[in-house]
Design a protein around this ligand. Sequence first.
Ligand code: ZN
Length: 579
Amino acid sequence: SAHLMAEALQELYPGVKFTIGPPIDQGFYYDVDLGDQTLSGDELEEIEEKMLELARRDVGYERHEVSKEDAVRYYKDRDNEYKLELIEDLEEGEISFYEQGNFTDLCRGPHIPSTGEIKAPKLLSVAGAYWRGDETNPQLTRIYGISFPKQKQLEDFLERRRLAKERDHRKLGKELDLFTFDSDQVGPGLPMWLPKGTTLRETLRDFLREEQLKQGYKPVTTPHIGRLDLYRTSGHYPYYKDDQFPPMIFDEGDEEGEEDGYLLKPMNCPHHVKIYQNDHHSYRDLPVRLAEFGTVYRHEQTGELGGLTRVRGFTQDDAHIFCSPEQVKDEFIDVIDLTIGVLDALDFEEFEAQISLRDPADKDKYVGRDELWDRAEQAIRDAVAETDLDAREEIGEAAFYGPKLDFMVEDALGREWQLGTIQVDYNLPERFELTYVDEHDERKRPVMIHRAPFGSLERFIGVLIEHCGGNFPAWLAPTQVQIIPVGDNFVDYAEEVAATLRVEDVRVEVDTSDETVGYKIREAETQKIPYMLVVGGDEEEDGTVSVRSHDEGQQGTVSIDAFLDRVQDELRPAFASTS
Ligand code: ZN
């Protein structure tokens, strides 16, 4: 389709020079040099029409192999310095060209047999791009497109794209008053959570914490900074220096006598290791599971920041498990269960995992003994087999310090998101010389497992917002019930109803604005509040409320108790254990 677009461009913009036009995740692009001409985007439809016209001729894509010399001659004749540069980089030998109709392009292929198979091309956008991504080079025009063999597939794609835009968490975060950024004064990638966003976040955090407490995790709290020495021992400094905020170094001769500096913590692990070391441990104490919703800071490049999916300060649902090698499997099973249970409670239906193993052909790259690796890798496989998790294995994807399991979810629009990880670590126990005493009174090294199944609250909430389009499950909604008095005279009764619900831990607000009832309902609908209770004279007299649900509309008039009975379960988180 990129070749077909190029052919169309060649007809519509004589003299256009083609550079590179690769396939990408969703479709393709082509960077072209249009000389003095520029595209505003309005021309795309005309180009598409030309593509369809050419496609209807249904001509084959023919492959020719030529010598490098001939390839150079071809583009010299056409005065295309870009292709000449590309050819220069190719090895000596045969170079392939593809020809269709009146257009020939340098290309590795392969291609569909004929242009007639292109039934539904769509050009999506125009952007500027520098030749070879270097801003000292000439600026080119990049045209993005996608193409399908059927019109219906294109329509589905465009619909998903429209929904993805509508559900963009940056847009919804603003509309639903969840979070805000102030790049100028606070700094890029540092979200500030507004009251509603904080309620959402804390509800999710409490839900996770409750489940973790049931699974035997112990909560800990650690400071946001630590001495450089801590990170030298852990190896996080200076090796990962580029990803961290620069250290805080005291002036020489500072009265505190500090020779060293502090680091804003890039991870929680070293602090948790120190907490483990605060006690002597026997095999009877293991596993020790230390959990903290710990906020960490990483210096991501500004170009990569946008919304909640990549931030510079974030809170991990972190925990470190210190256990014996025999316990690794059961610990994995429990973490997988916890993760699936939470994803279920949030209406994620599709999830899977990747088991990252070491490359046995390249053992020198990894720390830790062979038998430990084999055992842990088998333990992860066994754990996955005993749960409902679909997993694929990737050889050579393990970290140098241990194998891991990464979680992925597919959202309602079919997009896959990488969440968090469970990671075995043989490195930190060694570096900090961690021990426990086994049943024969011998000192042993524990295995350390890092686990943050949802990665960070920021990223996870970003994914969740797009998954549900801001329609959070009622138990998680920042405001669960909006009470709408039909006039000023009924505000007192509305407040009375609100007080009754609050006692039952329902998150409730009263709309006391002097807008019309219709306006107030629309407002509550826009805010995606699960329940609206309209109250007026009749309701006040009978002690009732007129119920309206965001999902299902009018529900009739019932007593306050009857309403509470009906929504009780829905307004509390439900954890579904899977095994
Ligand atoms: Zn860790």
